[in-house]
Write a protein that binds this ligand. Structure first.
Ligand code: SF4
Length: 366
C-alpha cells in the first residue's frame, strides 16, 4: 500500500509569501518577458505550453512569431496543420502544438471562444495538466492555484527541509494542497507562481550551490539553517533512455532532397523526415540497399555522426549523402510511403522537419 507523503513544518509556509512577493516586485527581479506584458489568458496559455521543456530565452522568438501569425484562439482553431507545424518547427515535442489546436477547437465549440475559468474544465482540454491550468488561472483571474513545477517543488522542499521524493506525483499533489491553503485569491496569486519560478531559476538553483545569501527566504529556510541545501530535494533516478541507431539518407536529385512523412501516430507524428533506416549502415550496406532499390548513386558520402535526445529515446545517427543518377518512382522509403522531393526554398518554408534531422541540413545543397 502506498504511504501518504508527510510534509514537515508546513506552519512556515504562510510566512514565505510576503518576502517572496516583495523580492519578486523588486526592480531588478521582475523579468520582463513578452508574455508578462499585458497578458491575456490566451497569451498565458500559449507561453506556458511553449515553456514546457524549453528555456524562456529560446521561447521568446517562437512566441512572438506564433502570436503574429495566430493572434487569438479563433485563428489557432482554424489554422492549417502545416502552418502550425511550421510555426512550431525547432521547439520540439510537437504534440504540444497539436494539442493547442485541438483545445482551441474545443474552446470555440464548447466555451464561446474563451478559456474556461473552472479548474476541471481547464483540465479537460487537450494538453492542459494541473500545472498549466493553475498557471493560467492564477495569472489570468487571480485564482489561488499553485502551479507546482520543479522550481516550486525544489524551493518548498528546501524551505521545509522535506525529504519526500519530488519525482513522485503524490509529492507534487501534497505540495500543491499545502500551498493552496495559503495562496492569495487575487492578482498576487499569479505573481506568487512567477516569483517561485524566478527564485528557482536564478537563486535556488537545481544544480550546484544555491545563492542563499541573496535569497529572500534565507531566514525561514530550514535546509539553509541545517546546511542541507545541496542534499535536497530528493529525486529518484529516471529510467535510462532507450538507445536507437538510425541511418539517415540524404537522397539528392536535381537540386532537391527526398522527404518522407512520418506516420500520423507515435514519435514526431505527421512531421517530415529524411528517409532513414534502423541500424548503423556502413558503405557496403548502403550500396546493397541502393542495388536492392535499383538506384544508381553518382556520389556517396559519409556524414558525421550525430545524436538526438528525446525524453525517453536517444537516436544515434549515422548519415549518408547520396546523389542519385537515376529517376526514382518515389517508393523507396522503408515504410512504403511516397517520397516528395523538396527544393531548398520548399524545405525552408513548406515542410516541418523536426530538429532531430537538422544536423544534416548543411550537407544537402552543397
Ligand atoms: S535559502 Fe537557499 S536553499 Fe533555501 S530557498 Fe533560499 S536559495 Fe533555496
Amino acid at each position: 500500500m502506498k504511504q501518504d507523503i508527510h510534509l514537515p513544518h508546513t506552519n512556515i509556509l504562510p510566512a514565505i509569501i510576503k518576502p517572496l512577493l516583495t523580492w519578486y516586485h523588486g526592480q531588478s527581479n521582475d523579468r520582463q518577458l513578452p508574455w508578462r506584458l499585458a497578458p491575456t489568458p490566451y497569451h498565458t496559455w500559449l507561453s506556458e505550453i511553449m515553456l514546457q521543456q524549453t528555456r524562456a530565452s529560446a521561447v521568446i522568438p517562437y512566441y512572438e512569431r506564433f502570436l503574429a501569425a495566430l493572434p487569438d484562439i479563433a485563428s489557432l482553431a482554424n489554422c492549417e496543420d502545416e502552418q502550425l507545424m511550421k510555426l512550431w518547427q525547432g521547439l520540439g515535442y510537437y504534440s504540444r502544438a497539436r494539442n493547442l489546436k485541438k483545445a482551441a477547437i474545443v474552446i470555440q465549440q464548447q466555451h464561446h471562444g474563451e478559456l474556461p475559468q473552472d479548474f476541471t474544465a481547464l483540465l479537460a482540454l487537450p494538453g492542459i495538466g494541473r500545472y498549466t491550468a493553475s498557471a493560467i488561472g492564477a495569472i489570468s483571474w487571480g485564482k489561488p492555484w499553485p502551479a507546482v513545477d520543479g522550481n516550486i517543488l525544489r524551493v518548498t522542499m528546501r524551505v521545509l527541509a522535506a525529504d519526500a521524493d519530488i519525482a513522485a506525483i503524490r509529492t507534487k499533489t501534497t505540495v500543491e494542497q499545502a500551498l493552496a491553503s495559503y495562496y492569495p485569491a487575487d492578482s498576487a496569486a499569479g505573481d506568487l507562481n512567477q516569483a517561485f519560478m524566478d527564485l528557482g531559476a536564478s537563486i535556488c538553483l537545481p544544480h550546484g550551490a544555491p545563492h542563499c545569501p541573496r535569497c529572500p527566504l534565507r531566514q525561514l529556510c530550514l535546509a539553509h539553517d541545517q546546511g542541507k541545501e545541496q542534499l535536497l530535494p530528493i529525486k529518484a533516478a529516471k529510467k535510462a533512455r532507450r538507445i536507437e541507431q538510425r541511418t539517415v539518407l540524404l537522397l539528392v536529385q536535381n537540386h532537391a532532397v527526398a522527404l518522407h512523412q512520418r506516420p500520423a501516430k507515435g514519435l514526431l507524428a505527421g512531421l517530415w523526415e529524411f528517409p532513414n533506416l534502423a541500424g548503423r549502415l556502413d558503405q557496403s550496406a548502403i550500396k546493397a540497399w541502393l542495388e536492392e532499390h535499383k538506384l544508381t548513386a553518382t556520389r556517396l558520402e559519409a556524414l558525421p555522426p550525430a545524436r538526438h535526445i528525446f525524453s525517453h529515446i536517444e537516436w544515434q545517427l549515422t548519415g549518408w549523402r547520396i546523389e542519385l543518377g537515376t529517376e526514382t518512382d518515389g517508393s523507396i522509403a522503408e515504410t512504403n510511403s511516397q517520397l516528395v522531393w523538396a527544393a531548398r526554398d520548399e524545405l525552408a518554408e513548406r515542410y516541418s522537419l523536426p530538429s532531430a534531422f537538422h544536423y544534416y541540413l548543411p550537407n544537402i545543397f552543397c
